[in-house]
Ligand binder design. Structure first.
Ligand code: ATP
Length: 815
């Protein structure tokens, strides 16, 4: 019998849960299993299918993992076969589900909580917020009797494996269910509620957890499903509040979610350029009122017209007294005389479409959950799927839950350092970064003789986060007594002496701005090494921060290579990768790539809607990216495209022919009148011959009466408007590290002018949740210079996954 894998969502909803359900259902089907969903979380499992309707086993003919050239079972069979009939039946249920569970009664789902789903049932779920299969809190499941009913319902539907997507409470429930399973089965058998045969077949229950939580509060994983979207919602709101705050010179206290975890408050504080944050894990030192007023008064002295304070709902003082937004408001009004308003963002933080990062995370984790279930044995522990250092991981479920609950316990014991230690390294660095960019604290000043003059320059095309990085670097310099000088308009600007010192207030609003405030272009130092050297010397620059894409890497490489000829280049040089193409070698991410993915996903959602409205239509969407397919591949994964063409893989005639044939079959199998649009994503440089126009025409010609074809080129829209919060937060973290790197090496060079080895001309690379400096020379060894990208990249294998999730299962030429 084919394994039956059920997926459910439980606890508070979070954006990306639908993408997770979709990924679990699709990969279960791809792996030859039956996919089921449980509506309404544990509540639905306890209730089961009330009409006593037990699922027969006649769907077990589901074929194993599709062979190359076959389609997933739900679409593989021509209409009329018994398998297709079964799928059509399931499809019907799925269609109803898709409308949302709110109308369950009207749609004939009353009393039915455990349903089998087909491939097409979860189509179009990727961009939906909340959870379409419903979630609930369930008191009955906390009792043994409730868990017995849940066990009986699982067994009567023949389900032997369960994926639970929820917070630590839901996952604790999952662990209890698995731990008690043998006793639950024994009790059901004794009472005659299940047969001996069922008891034998369901001796074990396999469970895997996915963390769906907007708070990002699960210890042992860097990100939870929904946190990035919640952060985006918060930042949209705070960005809007900022403009009204500045207009009226007001203070705003914004309360965000986070009972035991300040991740949302901290990241929002960094990303929006807030003035002060209150977190559960790190209460302010001493008297919070005095500390906050000290910081905010200094900001006003500097000339700021607005004050933004972000407070997590679980914010505490050192003595564990809760700090409420109204307390803060009263202090601001009384002590600083500020016209203060409170905004509680509440449930708006949960709502809305998932951002690209959540869609990708949920998809990768959903796929891994199914793999973990298939590999599970009675001896293996239950896992929760996490992400660490950009790698999808399996962590023992109860270990993850215990570590998470330990945070709250340590906070209760006023062991704040202990609580912080359980957060990932990014959190601690974020805290430090927030202090540097928000506090004007003279205790941080370094002695006069250790102060340097740091130049900041943008190179290449604009990318989201460039301005946030510049703001951080400027603030870092000022906080430590260094002199920041900004170079406008890249290398030509340097040569034209567009070089100026910059003050604290000038950069205040830069975090949220897209594009490049300094101005940027593609001119490199080799346009005139001598003149560049002369200008760097003339302006007495002792450390250079370069922010940009492949050009930034090339510039550092060139300057390093010319150090023998030009002593002016023997200063420390650091580059922050910032490009929507994400083509800088070694680094897994560059600033701007998250913003760009979000822009792509938003555009694709709109295009898909249009393609679906006109029924049988395929859209060929062209993305930027140069000769790097990152945006196309990740965009395909996040937008649910069925095919993706990249420069790395290229496009061949045979592959194109097979793709067209597959698309035809896919449209043929759509239920009449129910056909939907499909997306094909093509990177602008995927092929010189098979251009977007050619592919669109081929599809149009070959689609005949089955489907039509249109194209859309996203062009520069991919640079995005406002940078995403993740890009802004990353920019801050990287800029601080670069400033430390530059100051440290500049001081070493003052002592020893020969200490300018290759390592002092470096690019900061993100590798998972770690960052490291890679010398330009070492980076060049990893670069495909001709194609302006890395020789390898972590995301290459995801092209195949994106197409698998689209249903294109056959192996392609060269794969
Ligand atoms: P959120 O992060 O949104 O709070 P959560 O999953 O932690 O999500 P909870 O309300 O704590 O949300 O738990 C959801 C459901 O999981 C509960 O209503 C209950 O049915 C089940 N559950 C929680 N804790 C336990 C437990 N200790 N034993 C059995 N079931 C539990």
């Amino acid at each position: 019998m084919a394994p039956r894998i059920a997926v459910m969502t439980s606890g508070g909803d979070s954006a990306g849960m639908n993408a997770a359900v979709r990924a679990v259902a699709k990969s279960a089907i791809l792996r030859g299993c039956q996919a089921w969903v449980v509506r309404e979380g544990w509540e639905g499992l306890v209730r089961g299918n009330a009409e006593g309707e037990e699922e027969s086993t006649d769907g077990d003919a589901t074929p194993p993992h599709p062979e190359p050239e076959t389609l997933p079972p739900s679409v593989a069979q021509p209409p009329g076969t018994s398998e297709a009939r079964r799928w059509r039946g399931t499809y019907g249920q799925g269609e109803l589900l898709r409308e949302g569970v709110g109308e369950a009664e009207e749609l004939g789902l009353k009393g039915k909580y455990i349903l089998r789903v087909g491939w097409d049932d979860v189509r179009g779920w990727m961009d939906q917020g909340g959870t379409l299969i419903g979630t609930a809190r369930c008191a009955a499941f906390r009792e043994v009797a409730g868990r017995q009913r849940a066990a009986r319902n699982l067994i009567s539907c023949g389900i032997d494996a369960l994926v639970v997507c929820g917070g630590d409470g839901s996952l604790t429930g999952a662990d209890r269910l698995r731990a008690e399973w043998p006793e639950l089965v024994a009790a059901l058998l004794e009472r005659g509620e299940i047969s001996a045969e069922q008891a034998q077949r369901h001796r074990h229950l396999k469970i895997v957890g996915l963390v769906g939580s907007i708070d990002n509060d699960m210890a042992t994983t860097d990100m939870t499903i929904g946190a990035a979207t919640a952060l985006a919602r918060i930042c949209e709101a705070v960005d809007s509040i900022s403009s009204t705050a500045a207009s009226h010179s007001r203070a705003f206290v914004v309360e965000v979610m986070g009972r035991h975890c300040g991740w949302l408050a901290l990241m929002a504080g960094i990303a929006t350029g807030a003035d002060y944050v209150f977190l559960p894990e790190r209460p302010p030192p001493g008297d919070w009122r005095a500390d906050m007023c000290g910081v905010l008064a200094r900001h006003r002295e500097m000339g700021k017209r607005k004050t933004i304070v972000i407070v997590a709902e679980g914010a505490l003082a050192r003595d564990l007294t809760p700090i409420s937004p109204d307390d803060i408001k009263a202090v601001l009004a009384e002590r600083l005389g500020l016209d203060t308003r409170v905004t509680t963002l509440g449930h708006t933080q949960r709502g809305g479409k998932p951002v690209a990062a959540d869609r990708v995370l949920a998809t990768l984790q959903g796929v891994e959950a199914v793999e973990a279930l298939l590999e599970a044995t009675p001896e293996t522990p239950s896992y929760v799927i996490g992400i660490r250092e950009n790698k999808i991981t399996r962590i023992e479920l109860m270990h993850a839950v215990q570590q998470t609950q330990l945070v709250a316990q340590r906070i209760e014991k006023q062991d704040f350092d202990g609580a912080l230690a359980l957060r990932d390294s990014e959190f601690a660095e974020g805290l430090r970064a927030f202090d540097v960019i928000s506090k004007i604290d003279e205790r941080e000043l370094v002695p006069q003789e250790q102060r340097i003059k740091m130049g900041i320059i943008h190179l290449g095309a604009p990318a989201g986060g460039m301005n946030a990085a510049t703001r951080t670097a400027v603030r870092y310099c000022l906080a430590h007594g260094h002199t920041p000088v900004v170079i406008h308009n890249g290398i030509p600007g340097l040569l034209a002496d567009s070089v100026a010192e910059i003050n604290w207030l000038r950069v205040d609003n830069w975090t949220t701005r897209g594009g490049s405030e300094l101005g940027t272009n593609r001119v490199l130092p080799d346009s005139d090494f001598g003149a560049v050297a002369a200008k760097l010397q003339q302006h007495k620059i002792e450390g250079l921060l370069v922010i940009g894409g492949f050009e930034a890497f090339l510039a550092v490489k060139q300057l390093n290579e010319q150090r023998a000829n030009y002593p002016a280049f023997r200063m420390p040089i650091a580059a922050i990768p910032a490009t929507i193409s994400n083509n800088v070698p070694v680094s897994e991410f560059s600033l701007g790539s998250d913003t760009s993915l979000n822009a792509l996903v938003d555009a694709c959602d709109a295009i898909k809607q249009s393609a679906s409205a006109s029924r049988n239509r395929t859209f060929v969407v062209e993305t930027q990216g140069g000769r790097c397919g990152y945006v196309a591949v990740m965009g395909a994964l996040a937008a649910g495209a069925v095919l993706v063409y990249t420069p790395e893989h290229g496009i061949g005639l045979q592959e194109l022919g097979e793709d067209v044939a597959w698309l035809r079959r896919r449209f043929e199998l759509d239920t009449k009148g129910k056909s939907e649009g499909r997306l094909v994503i093509r990177n602008e440089r995927a092929s010189d011959v098979y251009t977007t126009e050619v592919i669109t025409k081929i599809l149009k010609e070959e689609g005949q009466d089955l489907f039509d074809s249109r194209s859309a080129s996203l062009g520069h829209t991919l640079q995005g408007g406002t940078p995403s919060p993740l890009d802004r937060a990353r920019a801050t973290r990287l800029a601080i590290k670069c400033c430390e790197f530059l100051t440290q090496h500049a001081l070493a060079l003052r002592k020893d002018s020969t200490a300018y080895g290759d390592a002092t001309a470096a690019i900061i690379a993100i590798r998972g949740s770690d960052v490291e400096f890679v010398g330009a020379k070492d980076m060049a060894a990893q670069a495909d210079m001709k194609n302006r990208r890395g020789k390898t990249a972590w995301w290459h294998g995801l092209k195949r996954l994106a197409e698998l999730m689209g249903g294109r299962t056959a192996l392609k030429v060269g794969e």
